[in-house]
Design a protein around this ligand. Structure first.
Ligand code: ZN
Length: 597
C-alpha cells in the first residue's frame, strides 16, 4: 500500500457499512435502505437510514451522515487516522507506515500514550493483586466477596497499595513520562513539583472502551472510610458520562438477549456476571446520562435498572425516567428485598431467583410512584412535595400522548387533581427558556423539507446521479440557468468538473466543503431515480428545452432593451415554437414516496 487514499479506498471496498453500523445500531431492512434509531440524537421512531448500495448513512432527524469512516469517527469519538487504522485492521488491510501526514498527530499520539500508560498501570495493579505480599488486603477482599480467580483475570482486576508512591515508583522504573501519567489521572502533582499516587489502598477496576483500550479506572476502598469510590477524572480519553462499565464485554450478549441490565456498582456487575448473567453493565459512579442510554439503544430497547429501594434509589429512578422515555426505551426497575443488594441476593439465592425478579420488573415510573407514595407525608404537604418533585420530570417529557398518559396516571395515583397538575405544568413552562422546543422545531422543520419542493432542481440532479451517462449532454450547456438551489449548484459543479476524470460518482462528497451540500448529496443518493429507463431520454430533452427557453428569454430581454425589433420578433417566434413543442411535459414517475420506506 503506497498511500492513505488508496488504503481508504481499499477499506471502503472491503467494509460493509450495514455490517459495521449494524454492530452498534439495530438496523431493519426497509425498502432499499436499512433503518434504525439514530445513535446521535434522541428519537423514538427510526429516521437513521443506511444505504448498502451507496455505502452511506444519513439521519433524517438530525442530519448527521456520511460513509463508514464518518460513522466510526463520530460513534467512537475518534479522528480520521485512528478510524482508518481501526477499520483497516478489522478488514485486514495494510496501511502505509507514515503517520505524520496528519495535523492532529499530536492529539492522537497523546491518546495512544494515555492508553499505554493505563495499560501499564493496569498490569501493575493486577500483578500486585495476584502476586505481591502487598496485595493481600485486595485478595482477602475479593475472596470475602466470592469473586473467583477467573473473574479477576477476565476483568483484569487489581489492587493499589496503600502508599503515596507505589505506582509512581513503578512508572519511574519503566521510564514513563510522569506528566502523561498525571494527564491520565493516575498521578497527582503536588505543589507543582512532586507527583503522588491518586489510587491508594483500593481495589482497582480498569475500564475499557468498545475497542478494548484501557481508558480509566474505578477504585474502591476496602473499609468504611470515604470516599468509597474514586474514579479517573475526565481526561482526553475518559468521559464518565459516556462510557458504561463492562459494555465492551457485554454488548453482544445484550443484543442476543435483547435486554440490558444496569446496576450501580462495579462489584454488583462482577458478581452477576460470575453467576452467568452476561448482559449486565454498570454506571461509572454517576447517575445515568442520556449519552449512555443512547449508546445502549443500539443494542436493545429493553432495559432493566436496579435501584435501591430507598430515598436515593427513588430519586435516581425519577431522574433517569425521562431520559429513557425520550429515547424510546421501555425501562423497568427491579427492586430487591429490603436489605439486599444484587451481590448478596445472588450469592444467597442464585441466578435463577434473580432472573425471576427480572421478570417481575416494574415500569420505572410505577416504581417511582410506589416509592414516593409509600413515603409521602399525609395531606396537602405531602402532595405538594411529590408534585414539586415530579413537575421538572414531566417537563422533560416530550409533549403529546406520553406526557398526557403519565400526568393522568400520576393524578390518579396521588389523588391530586389532574387539572392542577396541568395548570402547574403550564406555569412552569412559561418560566423556562427552552432548548428542547428549538430542537423540536428543528425536527419539524426537517420533516417539512420534502425534497419534492425543490422541484426541478432536485429532479435534474437526481437524473445526473442516477444516469451518469447523461452528464456529458449537459456539460457544455448553461445548466446553471435551470438550477436555483445553491447546494445543488455546488454539487453539480463538482460532478461536471470531476466526472468522468474521477470516474466514480461515489466520491463526489469528498470534493464538497459545506456540510449542507454534503447532507443534500446524501439525501439525493439515497433517493430512488425519478425517471425510469424509458422516460429518461425524454426528460433529458425537456431539460435541454428548458435551458434553451431561459436563454431565449434572456436574449429577448436584451433585444428589447436594445430596441432590435427584428431580432425580438425572431426570438419570440422561436420561443413560441419551443412552448408548443413541450406541451407534453414528462412527469417524473414519483407517485410513491420519495424514499422507499
Ligand atoms: Zn440523528
Amino acid at each position: 500500500m503506497t498511500n492513505f487514499s488508496e488504503a481508504k479506498e481499499e477499506v471502503k471496498k472491503a467494509a460493509d457499512i450495514v455490517e459495521v453500523i449494524g454492530q452498534y445500531v439495530e438496523l431493519k431492512k426497509r425498502g432499499q435502505n436499512y433503518v434504525g434509531l439514530c445513535p446521535f440524537h434522541s428519537e423514538r421512531s427510526p429516521s437513521f437510514t443506511v444505504n448498502q448500495n451507496k455505502q452511506i448513512y444519513h439521519c433524517f432527524g438530525c442530519g448527521k451522515g456520511g460513509d463508514v469512516f464518518t460513522f466510526w469517527m463520530e460513534y467512537h469519538n475518534l479522528d480520521f487516522p485512528q478510524s482508518l487504522k481501526d477499520l483497516a485492521e478489522r478488514y485486514n488491510i495494510q496501511l502505509p507506515q507514515k503517520r505524520d501526514l496528519y495535523a492532529d498527530k499530536k492529539k492522537k499520539e497523546l491518546k495512544e500514550q494515555l492508553f499505554k500508560i493505563n495499560d501499564l498501570a493496569g498490569r501493575y495493579f493486577h500483578n500486585i493483586l495476584l502476586k505481591s505480599a502487598d496485595g493481600k488486603p485486595g485478595r482477602d477482599y475479593f475472596s470475602r466477596r466470592h469473586i473467583s480467580q477467573e473473574t479477576i483475570s477476565n476483568f483484569r482486576l487489581g489492587y493499589a497499595v496503600k502508599r503515596w508512591d507505589g505506582l509512581l515508583n513503578y512508572l519511574k522504573s519503566k521510564n514513563c513520562f510522569l506528566d502523561k501519567a498525571a494527564t491520565a489521572g493516575l498521578l497527582i502533582l503536588k505543589n507543582n513539583k512532586e507527583y503522588y499516587d491518586r489510587f491508594r489502598g483500593r481495589i482497582m477496576f480498569p475500564i475499557f472502551d468498545l475497542n478494548h483500550h484501557n481508558i480509566g479506572f474505578g477504585g474502591r476502598i476496602l473499609d468504611d472510610s470515604l470516599p468509597k469510590y474514586i474514579n479517573t477524572p475526565e481526561t482526553p480519553i475518559y468521559h464518565k458520562g459516556y462510557y458504561l462499565y463492562g459494555l465492551d464485554s457485554a454488548f453482544e450478549n445484550i443484543r442476543k438477549r435483547d435486554l440490558a441490565i444496569i446496576v450501580e456498582g462495579y462489584m454488583d456487575m462482577l458478581v452477576l456476571r460470575q453467576h452467568g448473567i452476561s448482559n449486565v453493565i454498570a454506571t461509572l459512579g454517576t447517575a445515568l446520562t442520556s449519552d449512555q442510554i443512547r449508546r445502549l439503544k443500539g443494542y436493545t430497547k429493553d432495559v432493566v435498572v436496579l435501584f435501591d429501594p430507598d430515598d436515593a434509589g427513588r430519586k435516581a429512578a425519577l431522574k433517569s425516567f425521562p431520559l429513557f422515555l425520550n429515547e424510546g426505551i421501555s425501562a423497568k426497575v427491579v427492586v430487591l428485598p429490603q436489605g439486599e443488594d444484587p451481590d448478596s441476593f445472588v450469592n444467597k439465592h442464585g441466578s435463577d431467583a434473580f432472573k425471576k425478579l427480572l421478570e417481575r420488573a416494574a415500569p420505572i415510573f410505577d416504581f417511582y410512584l410506589d416509592q414516593a407514595l409509600a413515603n409521602m407525608d399525609t395531606g396537602v404537604d405531602g402532595q405538594i412535595k411529590i408534585l414539586s418533585e415530579v413537575l421538572p420530570v414531566f417537563m422533560q417529557l416530550e409533549q403529546g400522548a406520553t406526557r398526557f398518559l403519565y400526568v393522568h396516571r400520576f393524578a390518579e395515583k396521588t389523588g391530586i387533581n389532574e387539572a392542577t397538575v396541568w395548570e402547574e405544568l403550564k406555569h412552569q413552562e412559561g418560566k423556562r427558556t427552552n432548548e428542547r422546543d428549538i430542537s423540536q422545531l428543528k425536527s419539524r422543520f426537517s420533516e417539512t423539507q420534502d425534497p419534492r419542493k425543490y422541484g426541478s432542481d432536485l429532479q435534474f440532479i437526481n437524473l445526473l446521479l442516477h444516469y451518469p451517462e447523461k452528464i456529458d449532454t449537459f456539460r457544455n450547456q448553461e445548466w446553471e440557468l435551470i438550477v436555483s438551489d445553491p447546494e445543488i449548484i455546488t454539487i453539480i459543479k463538482v460532478i461536471m468538473e470531476k466526472f468522468p476524470s474521477e470516474g466514480n460518482l461515489d466520491r463526489v462528497e469528498e470534493f464538497l466543503d459545506s456540510p449542507a451540500a454534503k447532507e443534500q448529496l446524501r439525501v439525493i443518493l439515497m433517493s430512488q431515480p425519478f425517471y425510469s429507463e424509458e422516460s429518461v431520454g425524454q426528460a433529458v430533452s425537456e431539460f435541454e428545452k428548458k435551458i434553451a427557453k431561459v436563454k431565449i428569454s434572456r436574449s429577448i430581454r436584451k433585444a428589447s432593451a436594445q430596441g432590435d425589433m427584428e431580432m425580438l420578433n425572431r426570438l419570440i417566434r422561436e420561443k413560441q415554437d419551443l412552448d408548443s413543442n413541450s406541451k407534453s411535459v414528462t412527469k417524473p414517475k414519483q407517485d410513491e414516496k420519495f424514499l422507499s420506506n
